[in-house]
Ligand binder design. Sequence first.
Ligand SMILES: *Cc1c(COP(=O)(O)O)cnc(C)c1O
Length: 370
Amino acid sequence: MHMAGRRCTALPATRNRDGKMNTWFRPNIYAMHGYTPGEQPAGQDIVKLNTNENPYPPSTAVTEALAKLNAGRLNRYPDPLANPVRDVIAQVFGVERDWVLAGKGSDDVLTIVTRAFVDQGGCLATPDPSYSLYPVLAEIQGTRVVTVPLDRDFSLPPDAARRAGNASLFFIARPNAPTGNAFALETMHKVCHEFPGIVVIDEAYADFAADNCLDFVRKYPNVIVSRTLSKGYSLASIRLGFAIGQPNLISGLMKVKDSYNVNYLTQIAAAAAIADQDYLRATVARVKATRERVAEELAGLGFKVCPSQANFLWVKPPKLPAPAYFQGLRQHHVIVRYFKGPRTHEYIRITVGTDEEMDRFLAATRQILG
Ligand SMILES: *Cc1c(COP(=O)(O)O)cnc(C)c1O
């Protein structure tokens, strides 16, 4: 429940659409719709370009680590802080262990920060359009949302901190989803400096970007950067995300998380994957090369292509409306993502798959455009 142009919107009503009073659920839960995940189609011959997974398999270091694991150990709870994973992250990213929080996917990290930093009846801020989970987290928590409209080219306005009003938490995805662009570093510095609350920079796609905001955590005591293994590392299934921030923030978040939020199997796979940075660089390079090729071909076909720093393209088709193009692709067994809404309805989000998948996607596109 959020509206552009209002500083803070009212909490959801306590009555449902039939006018009946909610008696069991908290009013905000009763009123909300819940997050809509991208579909995971079962069919065989489908080109699945709808949820931004990496099309390549994870590092063989993951396969080897899982093959060696001791299933007899599964009777015990896992390390509650996921320290083996935190230590690898600390080493790779050049921080100490106490700067790192591990979560069950970065969605878990986003849930933890919402619970930790926003009171019920408080307010969180997010640009629009951005990751559609942020307003859902606000609804669950019973907090209001203030949306900061992106400029026409989907850039973050330099006065975003002021527009975020009195929110206590500001979610900024960089690169942004679903638009794929990375907001100017200069603007990010300005926002983090000016915003009095916590800024969470959601870097789910940073592995595919030219730069990132990791060094902000040293400079700004109010900044948390979140990362995930779901995109760059080809491990959406294992559910591992992490946050990096100053130790006093991390230790506070530790109080809020579920005690054993990262399971043992995931800890083993994640530590192996993060340690293999060479493999990450190699698959990311392939995805980026494919991204640039497809972006060029689509531009040649008359598409408006938003410059992408992520593993997906945000495009506006020529000749026909986005929903018709979306349906046309479906008929060719190519699944992409369409987002209703005033700022997004003219666009389609296309995950970058393998070269072979993208050739099938391009062939379907040419047929649809005639
Ligand atoms: C995919 C995505 C996430 C979620 O990542 P998980 O680690 O799989 O939970 C977070 N933020 C953005 C912007 C995403 O696109």
